[in-house]
Write a protein that binds this ligand. Structure first.
Ligand code: SF4
Length: 470
């Protein structure tokens, strides 16, 4: 049987694309495997958002060449943003690659995989490959019992905002909104396949407009939340420029939304925001998040910040720190700026990278304090959250995500995968950490709004028998 390994770098859009490719390949007769040295076809789905993502992708291709040298029948494919950006460079730099597919050629790649399937017989991959040292990595296309519970659905490709540091408009093109009818079909299919939570993804989802009807993002959310079988709806990521009061009112009143809103800030300094071409001032950003808070008082607000951008002075950085110190954010994804070829910011005078690294350390000290305080406010409460699967660090613990995107880990006994069929868990939160919370399973439910069931004895934390089961 033909086998496929998919490795994904980058954002949720790439994850959604990898899932699509894995499903197409499985339907065409491939087995999806979790180790590259067990596959007939390797797909590397790449990212260009940061310099190290690019270096990592070329590093992985170098590793994969060793597999191909050992077994020339292996097919190696690159897709995603780096494939789009470096299509011509790759033909010179990694000529052993069998296919390069840009961001708009996913269907073509799916067709190509289907056309290859009959070329691989039933024999195991050649023995010489098994002798190679394991390459590591993770098979993101791999499906476990918990995977179908969550579905990422792309609603939009590309972006038309041209932030000066960002390569997305070059590699993914301008906004290309997907038809509501296509989104609707995909979500119904995902729900039929077991999805409980749908996350709508796009570079700027709140700019969505259905090409056929003009339906806006608020309308899309209402439509998706009302689809039969959809239990929760999330979305990533939003731009402050498109955050109207109408959308905020829609967030507050649409049922079944996850209570987490991600709104990238990037910097607390107006001169830096201008150089980034972000299209808002910090005063406008703060006004928007305070409006957001008045509509959605209990939601988590999360953000992105870049430090060490060209021209960022210590005073600019202090303004960023000052906004974070106000405690608006439940989580901050912070990065040191890295220049991307072909972007305006790459031509600006660059700061010493050590300055960015040092600022990131200082920023993370403040971020971690606020994140832990956010988590600490949950201690003693009981939440209902959707199972994610066994904890990576300890397979005897279940990892769940709350509606506001906090990870909780709790001990269970017996086979954790049993929880995939009754995946809503009620947990008492016992302790707060920077990474999330630890807790105790109190009960489980088949659906988000169903009555809590007692936990079967083998699932109860036997170390905490004093917990009363409802
Ligand atoms: S809004 Fe800016 S950072 Fe986000 S994808 Fe568009 S150009 Fe890139």
């Amino acid at each position: 049987m033909a086998s496929l390994y998919v490795e994904t770098h980058g954002c949720q859009m790439n994850e959604a694309d990898s899932r699509y490719l894995s499903e197409r390949a499985a339907a065409a007769g491939y087995e999806i495997v979790d180790q590259p040295d067990r596959a007939n076809v390797l797909i590397l789905n790449t990212c260009t958002v940061r310099d190290n993502a690019e270096k990592r992708a070329y590093g992985r291709l170098g590793h994969y060449k060793r597999l191909k040298d050992a077994d020339p029948t292996l097919r190696l494919v690159v897709c995603g943003c780096l494939a789009e950006q470096d299509r011509h460079i790759m033909q010179q730099r990694v000529p052993y690659v069998d296919g390069i597919f840009g961001t708009k050629e996913l269907r073509h790649l799916g067709d190509t995989l289907a056309s290859w399937v009959s070329e691989f017989g039933d024999e195991e991959v050649v023995e010489a490959r098994a002798l190679l040292a394991p390459l590591g990595g993770r098979g993101d296309g791999l499906v476990d019992a918990f995977t179908p519970l969550r579905a990422y659905v792309n609603v939009q490709r590309g972006c038309s905002y041209y932030c000066s540091y960002c390569i997305v408009p070059q590699v993914r093109g301008r906004f290309d909104h997907r038809l509501l009818t296509e989104i609707d079909d995909e979500i119904r299919a995902r729900v039929a396949g077991g999805a409980r939570e749908i996350t709508l993804v796009g570079q700027t989802v709140n700019a969505y407009a259905d090409p056929a009807s003009g339906l806006n993002f608020a309308g899309l959310l209402a439509h998706v939340a009302a689809l039969p079988g959809v239990e929760r709806v999330g979305f990533l990521t939003s731009h402050p420029k498109d955050l109207s009061d109408d959308l905020l009112a829609a967030l507050a009143k649409t049922p079944r939304l996850n209570q987490r809103f991600h709104l990238a800030m990037q910097s607390g300094s107006n001169p830096i925001l201008r150089k980034m071409n972000r299209k808002y001032t910090i005063e406008e950003y703060v006004e928007r998040i305070e409006r957001f808070r008045s509509f959605c008082p209990d939601w988590a607000l999360t953000t992105d910040i870049i430090v060490g951008f060209p021209g960022e002075s210590e005073a600019d950085f202090q303004q960023t720190l000052e906004i974070v110190e106000r405690g608006y954010f439940a989580q901050v994804y912070a990065f040191v700026y890295s220049p991307r070829r072909g972007t305006p910011a790459a031509k600006m005078e660059q700061l010493d990278p050590a300055i960015g690294a040092e600022r990131l350390t200082r920023l993370m000290e403040v971020v971690n304090r606020h994140v832990q305080a956010y988590h600490a406010r949950k201690v003693g409460t009981v939440v209902r959250a959707l199972a994610q699967g066994p904890s990576r660090k300890d397979p005897q613990r279940i990892s769940v995500k709350t509606s506001d995107n906090v990870t909780i880990v709790a001990p269970v006994h017996g086979d954790v995968s049993r929880l995939a069929s009754t995946p809503w868990l009620d947990l008492r939160i016992d302790a707060a950490h920077i990474w999330g919370c630890s807790g105790t399973v109190l009960g489980m439910a088949e659906r988000v709004d169903a009555e809590r069931q007692a936990v079967a004895p083998m699932v109860i934390d036997l170390l905490a028998p004093q917990v009363a089961l409802a």
